[in-house]
Write a protein of this length. Sequence first.
Lengths: 210, 210
Amino acid sequence: MAKAARKTSTGTDQSNGQIQPKTARGEATRKAILSAAERVIGERGFNEASIGHITSEAGVAQGTFYIYFKSKDEVFSELVLEMGRLVRRALSEATQNIENRLDAEKAGLTAFLEFIRAHPDLYRIIQEALFVDPEAYHAYYHTFAEGYRSGLEAAVKAGQIKPGDADTRAWALMGISRSLGERAVIWGDKTPVEDVVETAHDLIVNGLKP
Amino acid sequence: MAKAARKTSTGTDQSNGQIQPKTARGEATRKAILSAAERVIGERGFNEASIGHITSEAGVAQGTFYIYFKSKDEVFSELVLEMGRLVRRALSEATQNIENRLDAEKAGLTAFLEFIRAHPDLYRIIQEALFVDPEAYHAYYHTFAEGYRSGLEAAVKAGQIKPGDADTRAWALMGISRSLGERAVIWGDKTPVEDVVETAHDLIVNGLKP
DNA sequence: GACAAATATGAATACTGATTCATGTTTCAG
DNA sequence: CTGAAACATGAATCAGTATTCATATTTGTC
């Protein structure tokens, strides 16, 4: 409900809406706040995480927050964007020179599970974005879905997988990753990534039929 | 943050914590509030949904809310519980006299997708439970996972599906349903349930391999 | 038809927490 | 050096809203 904040800082307010520090000192403070926000919001959830919690975790005064971020919502949105970038990078790096789709599927699932086990806070933030920043949530999942879909279509054309509705398959496969990720991150399941991937990949490649 | 409310109503405070109306009139009011809460919280999310929004949607005064519910959290928890009961009933009815696991898988997916298309608000409420009522969220998913797991194990024993880690498979399959449900409910995808099920079931049974 | 229990009301309370602001302190170009 | 821009502070503001409460009204029972 907060109104859009008026510009408080002396930092440049870029076209993307971000407030950019002018000095190395400012840069460091901004990063400290962003990183504190990731931890605090990831742990307590958006609504239980107060600006006070975030700034005290970052070791700065409350007002300092508003030198670098227009609002609590804005820092959240930035975290969602960052999460998207990081996951996409991790996945594209893991799969970049794998020509076969089924192999890429396996490498991608492994990379995804490893990434989110390393960044549990970010995982929870994405989930909460459905309510706090629906646009960012939409962008996050649809960007993945689109890439997935076109990859599957290409694989069908190349005869690497059997034909089938690529969009539905894309969402189904994303769902598998997401759910297995959640089992690990939210529920603390300790099954080794390798074992999880083995089972899931066999399901994806061969299905359940005897 | 709210402290546990003191008993305000004259209604019996049951061992389960629910406040039960004594008359048909009270019963009707309670239902009206619960149903309004489902719509309002489903649409606006827990934090944006105020007691005022809920009571005005229900057509009662603000104070009336506290005759039937101890707190805003409590009405939310009750919605999550109700959602779990409804989905489980829909699924068990849809699959009760299907002996083959792969057929049951198909019927279950169909029933699930139809159910959540009919109850989009409840779907969003479950998602938000991760933050508002983690215990209820845990119970919701783990109850499903457990049933799923034992069903898969039985199917392996019966030779209906190939062997494989039942727990990981259970979470993967839940993830497929959830993701396809989300595509429909949150993103408004209009692909007919039948077509979605066909594609997904083929993936589940046969996998992607050509 | 009268009394007690149950239900309903909505204004008042109480508290939380995001955002602002007046006032320092630090940095750095010239 | 030195002054202006940048950065930092934290107490005060301000709004929203969950919850309570004193006060009706309705219902069912004798």
